[in-house]
Design a protein around this ligand. Structure first.
Ligand SMILES: Cc1cc2nc3c(=O)[nH]c(=O)nc-3n(C[C@H](O)[C@H](O)[C@H](O)COP(=O)(O)OP(=O)(O)OC[C@H]3O[C@@H](n4cnc5c(N)ncnc54)[C@H](O)[C@@H]3O)c2cc1C
Length: 557
């Protein structure tokens, strides 16, 4: 049996930042991750990380207001305040650790302007910001001797006397199951993009963390808030970073018009993502698209600028479409990108299950509310990853010895064996695809009661057939078929919670736009949805949004 004080599930930016902090606090910290740390999805973040730096004349209040407006007033303002106040120190710390942020002509850290923000406050490393940060945090974790269970797959939590006391995980190399006991566990398992198809997310973004916490009794909050990114490549659905528009790219319809002037006269292409995605979808639906897409035009920026500042985007366009951004506009459309919802936490990462903390995309401390601003997620991971580690380490100091109970391990062994023993029938990949395409159809950029009801019915049908999902590969070593079947069970939980939230919220706010209820309803719905697992179904409760300084007003860009 393995044991630690603080066990962090996930080695993306949230998990590694938490690990560094826990190790600095002198507790025995370990990380368990199903992929090599630098393969985490954080590695794919291109555009940058926001921070208001006072030496630029930028103040935290400006960032907080943009974030709250971006959230369509659903973010908890105490949490946003904390994030905005801590952002500057977090960026400087990353720089000191070794993240080589791009600089401007004066030699200062350079910025670009991202959507929904009044000023340029997005710091970046070319178009590889996430990768640069992740490599540096990984080095720091190694330097601090953090234990890393690399390529271990967590499939269940150990709950003892109502508190989380570790996990059961499979060593993917050997297929063996182990318990890893811990006094506190931090869930940093990232997003759930693959519950939708297509998605900009890596194939590993399957959202087990959400399902595990949900099953342990923690509520999932505002799960209906799914972000569709305005610029994903036609066909493959690969992301073209917002950095393109941040650096001045235009969006054009089939008539060659910069149509954003109709939808967001002041911010144009740099309105918040929900607004831009809806505008694009409206153009497409009204017949001003091109084969279901619209165009992203960078030609006026010039070849040299594109290659210097947006080199990675150029590579993606050439490789996947055979198109040169300096010569041609590229076809793009809105695509599923991020989940604002997640495991409900307080500002210190604590969930409603004692001993269980959460941070990063899997958590919902509520800084993004109904719509996340570009470059606020990387900030969220480092600010709240750190805070969760402080709280978890302090909590771990109050917990006595580890228990020697191994009953969860036995149950989990049986669960794996049952899956392996099932006669060949349904493949998890088929069920996954059906679920994910259904989610995009039902809980899309636009939705209504009929589409939500359709999604609910399909998810329930697929939950019903899960018992027939069989694993063809019976081997021990790197059995991704087996992992995929287990991931699917949790993905269906996530889908259920998303549908329940969408069904419950009877208004339009942020990314949740209902064509049958197109108005925001502050009177009744300035509230979070909380989805609890209730037997096989979902139960929805609501919770008031925390308002501190900023009263909701009409949102125009
Ligand atoms: C293409 C793309 C570009 C983006 N660009 C930006 C950007 O420019 N700026 C910005 O702010 N945000 C951006 N985002 C969003 C941002 O990158 C993510 O929200 C953020 O990096 C998530 O970090 P995380 O630490 O929460 O999770 P991740 O980085 O996704 O890490 C999750 C970790 O959990 C582990 N894990 C999951 N399940 C298990 C399990 N069952 N057992 C063991 N380990 C498990 C994984 O191995 C992984 O290490 C982008 C996202 C995408 C997809």
């Amino acid at each position: 049996m393995h044991q630690h004080d603080v066990l962090i599930i996930g080695a993306g930016l949230a998990g590694l930042r938490a690990a560094v902090e826990a190790a600095r606090m002198g507790v025995d910290a370990a990380v368990v991750t199903k992929v090599h740390p630098v393969r985490s999805h954080s590695n794919a973040a291109q555009g940058g990380i926001n921070a208001p730096l006072t030496d630029r004349g930028d103040e935290w209040e400006g960032h907080a207001l943009d974030t709250i407006k971006g959230s369509d007033y659903l973010a908890d303002q105490d949490a946003v305040e904390l994030m905005s106040r801590e952002a500057g120190a977090a960026i400087i710390e990353l720089e000191h650790m070794g993240v080589i942020f791009s600089r401007n002509e004066d030699g200062q850290l350079g910025t670009r302007r991202f959507g929904g923000q009044k000023v340029a406050r997005t710091f970046f490393v070319g178009a590889i910001t996430g990768s640069a940060m992740l490599h540096v945090l990984y080095e720091q974790a190694i330097k601090l001797d953090v234990n890393i269970y690399e390529e271990w797959f967590v499939s269940n939590l150990i709950i003892e006397d109502g508190a989380c006391r570790g996990v059961v995980a499979m060593n993917i190399h050997s297929g063996e199951l182990h318990t890893i006991k811990a006094k506190a566990v931090i869930m940093a398992t990232g997003g759930a993009g693959r519950v939708f198809e297509p998605s900009t997310n890596a194939l590993i973004c399957t959202g087990e963390g959400l399902g595990l916490a949900y099953r342990a009794g923690a509520p999932l909050m505002d799960m209906e808030m799914i972000q569709y990114h305005p610029t994903t490549l036609a066909g493959s659905g690969i992301l073209l970073s917002e950095a393109a528009r941040g650096e001045g790219a235009y969006l054009l319809n089939s008539e060659g018009e910069r149509f954003m002037k109709t939808y967001a006269p002041d911010y144009l292409e740099l309105a918040s993502r929900d607004v831009v995605s809806r505008a694009e979808q409206t153009e497409i639906n009204e017949g001003r698209g091109i084969d279901g897409n619209i165009l992203l035009d960078l030609r006026h920026l010039g070849r040299q600028f594109i290659e210097e500042r947006l080199g990675y985007l150029q590579e993606v366009a050439v490789e996947f479409l055979g198109m040169d951004l300096a010569e041609q506009p590229v076809p793009i459309r809105p695509g599923m990108h991020y989940i604002m919802g997640g495991i409900k936490t307080n500002v210190d990462g604590a969930t409603e299950v004692p001993g269980l903390y959460a941070a990063g995309e899997t958590a919902n401390v509520s800084v993004h509310g109904g719509n996340r601003l570009g470059a606020n997620s990387l900030l969220d991971t480092v600010v709240f990853g750190r805070r969760a580690a402080v709280a978890a380490a302090e909590y771990a100091r109050t917990v006595g010895l580890h228990s020697s109970d191994e009953s969860m391990l036995e149950l989990e062994k049986k669960r794996y064996q049952d899956l392996l023993d099932r006669p060949a029938d349904l493949r998890s990949a088929h069920v996954r695809r059906e679920m994910a395409e259904n989610m995009t159809a039902g809980i899309g950029v636009f939705r209504d009661q009929a589409s939500i009801d359709g999604a609910i019915a399909k998810v329930e049908e697929l939950r019903g057939v899960y018992a027939r999902v069989a694993v063809e590969n019976k081997g021990k070593v790197f059995n991704t078929d087996l992992m995929s079947a287990i991931e699917l069970e949790y993905m269906l939980d996530v889908a259920q919670a998303v549908c329940a939230g969408a069904d419950a919220r009877k208004e339009s706010r942020g990314a949740h736009f209902r064509t049958d209820m197109p108005e925001r309803d502050d009177e009744n719905w300035l509230k979070h949805t909380l989805v609890y697992k209730d037997g096989d179904g979902a139960r929805v409760e609501t919770l008031d949004v925390t308002i501190t300084n900023w009263q909701p007003v009409e949102r125009v860009y």
